[in-house]
Design a protein around this ligand. Structure first.
Ligand code: ZN
Length: 182
């Protein structure tokens, strides 16, 4: 059984929750901006109220467009509290702005070993000069060798796209992922 309920619809951040009582998971889909206007107290109270039914929190932060320094502090505090409440964490999808921050502040993605399933990565067409985001699967990087972005072609001119960030920085978070996938 799964229950869908929007729990927080206050700009600049919206949160949707989906509880699955069979898998004992709570998926939280966050979209918008995390800044000084955002307080996670309501969300934490909601999550904490589910401790008997839910063991794992699955975050989808693909809709996060920006996170500033006060937002970062609130997010870290929220993660710390849910970990103290013994929830296991997984990130289903991570946006480019969230990941760029997380490569500087790695604990944004939970403790070392927290799984990340998919993440956005920026590419650019050298001919059209158009930047595009592609959703990558971390499973594609499991070989343990050097992190190489998978190839994509431009939708309009079919030229091979170039990766639009410094690979050594953008893929830094991969080192924190679990060594063996579940
Ligand atoms: Zn092109």
């Amino acid at each position: 059984m799964s229950i869908d309920l929007p729990i927080l619809k206050a700009p600049p951040l919206s949160v949707e929750a989906n509880v699955n009582l069979t898998t004992r998971t709570l998926q939280l889909r966050l979209a918008g901006v995390i800044n000084e206007q955002v307080h996670f107290r309501t969300l934490f109270d909601y999550v904490f109220g589910l401790t008997d039914d839910v063991r794992q929190l699955i975050f989808d932060v693909k809709g996060i467009q920006d996170i500033n320094s006060s937002g970062l502090r609130s997010w870290m505090l929220f993660l710390k509290k849910v970990q103290e409440a013994a929830f296991q964490l997984t990130f289903a999808q991570v946006s480019e702005p969230f990941l760029e921050r997380a490569n500087i502040y790695p604990d944004m993605l939970g403790p070392v070993g927290t799984p990340v399933e998919k993440f956005e990565a920026p590419y650019r067409c050298p001919r059209c000069d158009i930047r595009s985001l592609h959703l990558l699967d971390t499973k594609a990087f499991e070989s343990g060798t050097r992190a190489t972005p998978p190839p994509f072609r431009c939708e309009s001119c079919h030229t091979d796209l170039l990766f639009d960030e410094l690979e050594s920085e953008y893929f830094r978070f991969l080192r924190r992922l679990p060594k063996t996938s579940s």
